[in-house]
Write a protein that binds this ligand. Structure first.
Ligand code: BTN
Length: 321
């Protein structure tokens, strides 16, 4: 079998990650099954891309550190045991990671994570566009194939809590969930999640759940998108996306295996604007009301003139009054 360039580079990275000390180019070449010349060439490429690989005459190579580069080997290494469950696919460019999953899910495995370094036609909720910066942000979709009747809300809540917990590890306060699943920092959007499903018409079986996560990481997105912010703009330094992606996946896996009751209460505890005056936008109509609760099936519960109203995910958008 002929190995592609990216696969060889992933294998080199993986091999170097597992070594405590210097390792010879011959040993790497033997392990991967390609020539020494190819190893030399790809190591040079990796260095150009942002890997700090020290080389010593007679001793060989050692991976010292790396910058914000996207390679599946780096994510798998961090995922450890979970890498057996999740398959990572990284594309240089896609129109939309969600669209890719929805089109191809029948040929893909359950628990595949599709990541695009650059997303050309990112989709947001309500047909809006999702803008991200080339090779700076995270645009990824988790494909699940439950093949049974499932509570999709559990996946939606799990993904937003997974992103929230990952971001809180950076000691960022003032983060909250904006109903139903956006992550906000103060009044700025840091992450948006679009969950799409493919449901078999007659049996109502959920064939595919695609959880699309757009997280502004190392970009200066606030200069391009109104009311948006990136993690870099909050922290003042760049963060490795592979570390964020692996943390999100680990937490996500933990949350989907948690009882719905405890998930629901954590979701509600972190819900922004709860108890406050908000504006609910339904089509062209804007309703000023008070956000009083969220129902167990995920609807927003609002009160206006002593009248209670409930709205579901696809119906409305919400903003602070
Ligand atoms: C929203 O807030 O409106 C949801 C935005 C979701 C964006 C992500 S980026 C990865 C995935 N692919 C897409 O086309 N959209 C989602």
């Amino acid at each position: 079998m002929k190995l592609g360039k990216e696969t060889i580079k992933d294998r080199i990275i993986n091999y170097l990650l597992l070594q405590k000390d210097f390792v010879s180019g011959d040993a790497i070449a033997k392990e991967i099954g390609v020539s020494r010349t190819i190893i030399n060439r790809y190591i040079k490429e990796l260095i150009r891309e942002g890997f700090d690989i020290e080389s010593r005459k007679k001793e060989g190579y050692k991976l010292v550190s790396y910058q914000d580069v996207l390679y599946s080997s780096l994510i798998n290494f961090r995922l450890s045991e979970l890498s057996k469950k999740y398959s990572i696919m990284i594309f240089d460019e896609l129109d939309s990671t969600n669209t890719y999953c929805l089109k191809n899910f029948d040929k893909m495995n359950d628990c595949t994570v599709v990541i695009a370094k650059t997303q050309r036609k990112g989709k947001g909720r309500f047909g809006r566009e999702w803008v991200s910066e080339e090779d700076k942000d995270i645009t990824m979709s988790i494909l699940l194939k439950p093949n049974s009747e499932v509570n999709v809300l559990k996946y939606i809540i799990s993904s937003s809590l997974a992103v929230l917990r990952t971001l809180r590890n950076f000691d960022v306060s003032d983060l909250f969930i904006k109903w139903p699943n956006d992550i906000y920092y103060k009044d700025k959007k840091l992450c948006g999640i679009l969950t799409e499903t493919s449901i078999e018409m007659t049996s109502k079986v959920v064939e595919a759940v695609v959880i699309g996560i757009g997280l502004n990481v190392n970009s200066t997105i606030s200069q391009r998108v109104k009311n948006a912010i990136s993690l870099y703009e909050i922290l003042g330094f760049q963060v490795k996306r592979v570390s964020i992606i692996s943390q999100i996946l680990s937490y996500f896996d933990e949350f989907v295996n948690t009882s719905y009751d405890s998930l629901f209460s954590e979701w509600k505890e972190n819900m922004g604007y709860l108890g406050e005056e908000v504006i609910v936008k339904k089509g062209d109509e804007e309703i000023e009301c008070r956000f009083v609760d969220v129902s167990r099936s995920g609807e927003i519960v609002v009160e206006k003139d002593r009248r209670i109203m409930m709205f579901s995910f696809g119906e409305i958008t919400l903003r602070r009054s």
